[in-house]
Each structure stands twice: as C-alpha cells, then as structure tokens.
Design a protein around this ligand. Structure first.
Ligand code: FAD
Length: 419
C-alpha cells in the first residue's frame, strides 16, 4: 500500500499501487488488469478526484512526443505532460497556448479534465482547446474520439474528471508564440468594481486579487507585446512574509484585518515582459484550500461585493485573498461556463485554518447568484443538484456508463455524483 495526498494536503489516500507506465502499451496492460483505477496529474485538485484504494496511475514520464500539425494550428501532446514542460516545448516550436491559469505544474489531461481556465473576456477554458483524445478504455483497448469520430465520447471527454478513460494523448489548439506585458497595480476596491468591464475590454487578460479586509485590490493585466525581455523570477520574500502572517493570523484571528491591510500596502506594483508561457504562471508556495464559483458574467461583481460584505459583517477569519476573473462561454456538457460568458470568483483559505463551514456558507451566496462550482475545487453539490444545474448531466452519465460499465474509473466521490 502507498500513501498519496493532494497539493493542499486535504485529500489523502492509500492506493494499493502507484504505477508510472513507460508507454501506452504498459498503460493498457495496467488498466486492463486493474480492479479500480484513478489517474493523477499533479494532484492540484482540492476535491477527492484522484482518491482511490485501487491503482493510481501517474503519466508524467510516459514516452511521447509533441507532434505539430502541418497547418501549425494544433498539436498532439502526451496527456500526462506538465503544462510547465509542454509550454516550454511549444515555445521551442514557435507556439503558445492561447491562455493559461495561475500556475503550470498541472498535467495537460488534469487541466483539461477539470475545466481549468485563466482569465480573458473572450478566452475559454483549457477544455475548449481539446480537439481529439486518445483514450485507454476500461477493457484496456485504445480509442480515439473527436467532433467527427465517436462524437458523444468526445463531448464527454472534454471535461470528464477522468471518468471516460485514461487519456494517453490529446490534440489541442495552439497559436503562434507570443509575448506578454504584465502590469500589476493597486486601485481602490470601488474603482475596480466600477471600471473592471472597461479594463477587461482593454486587455487580453485582466483579473484582480483582493483581501476581504483590505480597501485596495491588486489589479493584474496581461496584454500581447512585441517588446523583448526575460521576466525575473518572482521575489521569494513576499511569500515568506505572507506565510509568517498566515501562521500568526491562524493563532490570533483578530489580527487578520490589520495584516491584510499591511500586506496590500506592502505588495509591490510593477511591470514585466516576456514569453507568454513564462508570464502566465505564478509560484504558489503558501498552501491553501480553495473553492471557486463560475457565475453569469453580470453577477460576478455583485457576488464578490456581497461575499466580502458578509465576511466583514460577521468578522470571519479568512486569511487569503479572493481572485476575480472572466472566462468565455463554451458548449461543453459539464462546463460551468456552458450557459454564457462567465465571471469566476475563487475563495481561498490558509491550509492550516478552518475552511469547510466558511466555504459552505459562501457557496449559498454564489449559488443565489446563479453560480456553478469549478469541479476541481471545494463544493458540496449533490447528485440531484448536478442534474438540476447541468441539462446534459444525464447524457454524460449515459456515455460514462457505456465507456465504463463496471465503474472501474469511479471512486466514492465520483460514484455519488455520476454513477
Ligand atoms: C496552486 C493552484 C493553482 C491553481 N490555479 C488554477 C487556475 O488558475 N485556474 C483553474 O481553473 N484551476 C486552477 N487550479 C486547479 C487545477 O488547475 C485543477 O485542479 C487541475 O485539475 C489540476 O491538474 P492536475 O494535473 O494536478 O490534475 P489532478 O488534480 O491530478 O487530476 C484532476 C482530474 O484529472 C484527471 N486526470 C488526470 N490525468 C488524466 C489522464 N491522463 N486521463 C484522464 N484523466 C486524467 C484525474 O483523474 C482527476 O479527475 C489550481 C490549483 C492549485 C493547487
């Protein structure tokens, strides 16, 4: 028996075996022989998606090349490859991803399988980049699916939480390599609320971070530039100070509002330019637990104001900032952005502080604003709520059953919602 835990440490499991197949043939043999199977990428999900007492597969080291299509608009990439490695390899080939999230250790399949997204008024999640999948099915056979080949399996695979097969390779959209200018500035919360639509329209990517007890937000914009430059690594000092403050705040909760105002004052503004794949990701060294809700775009700013107002009124101990982003509409069966353009609100809590009740209470506010949760982040949806929130949930379950009749790829959390 092995021991496994996710990035935040909130999900622990004791898989019978952790297996790192060297190639697709080995992967097929392991899946065929196994009773229960889950795949893990970088383990960056907060929900128990990778938890298993059966076989836990890790595909990071599996053999495979990035193959660029003749028109240079798509590539086939090994599914277990980290975004960090993949985006560097794409850069070498003169290519980039159209968007990325906050960090890049995730496996390509892990990011696509959960609807991981960045920010951008007109940019969809990474799931929208997928054009085709090579999937190892429960019986060990390999199938390919795309819009034209096994279209139902493809639609399910675009955001599947790993329930319709183990992806060995994924064909994704890519764009010509580009550079970004990042600008970080502090503006009053009221101004951010008033001007976010205008700022987000003027930049390819815009977002803000705000501590619930601070009066200013940290606004971050990214926009394509031709300017050359290699970005410096982020200073480790800010995170070290934040870690100390979080530890202090977890012991003396009354200090949290003062600390947040101090952190906001102390946080640096700045500008840097560089290759897109180096500018998108940040380092996250202070661990947290996270819940994220995706809301109809017009409800995003009212919802974040309401949730912050509630935290202040109730004097609740929330140590981490909120993150506010936009993502574009898609048509993916299980995507929380499939009803229209969305706003995304991430609520974080320091990993050593209580989060369960806080998140559950805040969830009511986000739900009242028409929100649906990020599948990889903390939520309390029941099977009936999934059915009510997702018109295609039953169709997804039907395709899942056909792909995996014995439930080899299910664990208790997924069985509860999708069996
Ligand atoms: C510090 C941090 C920052 C984050 N930033 C963002 C962000 O900016 N935007 C955002 O949307 N999310 C963000 N997330 C969430 C994160 O992107 C998702 O949890 C993502 O799924 C993590 O990728 P992973 O490789 O770690 O996947 P894991 O958590 O390991 O797995 C996720 C799911 O993918 C499945 N899976 C993995 N590999 C395969 C495969 N080969 N075939 C089939 N299924 C597979 C797993 O079984 C599981 O169901 C962040 C998380 C953390 C901890």
């Amino acid at each position: 028996m092995s021991v496994w835990e996710n990035w935040s440490g909130s999900v622990k499991a004791a898989p019978a075996q952790i297996v790192r197949p060297a190639d697709e043939a080995q992967l097929q043999a392991v899946v065929k022989a196994a009773g229960k199977v889950r795949v893990v990428g970088a383990g960056h999900s907060f929900m128990p998606l990778c938890e298993t007492d059966g076989v836990l597969l890790q595909l990071e080291d599996m053999a495979g090349e990035v193959k660029v299509a003749a028109d240079r608009k798509t590539v086939w990439a090994p599914a277990g490859r980290s975004l960090r490695r993949l985006t560097a390899e794409l850069w070498e080939q003169g290519l980039s991803l159209a968007n990325q999230g906050d960090v890049n250790p995730q496996a390509l399949a892990g990011a696509i399988g959960t609807g991981t997204h960045g920010t951008g008024a007109h940019l969809g999640s990474l799931s929208t980049f997928a054009r085709a999948f090579r999937l190892v099915q429960a019986d060990g056979s390999v199938v390919e699916c795309s819009k034209t080949e096994r279209p139902d399996l493809f639609e399910a695979a675009r955001l599947s939480l790993g329930m319709v097969g183990v992806a060995s390779a994924i064909q994704i959209d890519v764009v010509p390599a580009y550079r970004l200018e990042e600008k970080i500035s502090k503006i009053p919360m009221g101004e951010a609320i008033e001007r976010f639509d205008e700022i987000a329209a003027a930049h390819r990517h815009a977002e803000f971070f705000v501590f619930p007890y601070a009066d200013e937000v940290m606004l971050k914009t990214l926009h394509p530039t031709e300017e050359l430059g290699d970005p410096r690594d982020p200073s480790p000092h800010e995170d070290a100070i934040f870690q100390i403050l979080c530890d202090a705040g977890s012991k003396a909760k009354f200090l949290i509002p003062r600390m947040q105002r101090f952190m906001t004052r102390a946080s640096g503004e700045g500008r840097r330019v560089g290759p897109a794949y180096k500018i998108f990701p940040s380092e996250r060294t202070v661990r947290f637990e996270e819940m994220e809700y995706e809301l109809p775009r017009a409800n995003g700013l009212p919802a974040i104001q309401e949730v912050i107002g509630w935290i202040r009124r109730e004097k609740l101990p929330v140590a981490f900032p909120f993150e506010f982003r936009w993502a574009a509409a898609d048509d993916i069966w299980l995507s929380p952005f499939n009803k229209g353009d969305g706003a995304s609100i991430s609520m974080h809590q320091y990993h050593r502080m209580a989060w369960r009740k806080l998140f559950a209470d805040a969830e009511k506010i986000f739900r009242a604003h028409g929100g649906r949760p990020h599948w990889a982040k903390r939520h309390t949806l029941t099977r009936d709520e999934v059915t009510a929130l997702y018109p295609m949930a039953e169709k997804f379950r039907e395709v899942r059953r056909a792909a995996d009749p014995e439930g080899k790829f299910l664990n208790p959390h997924l069985a509860e919602l999708f069996s």
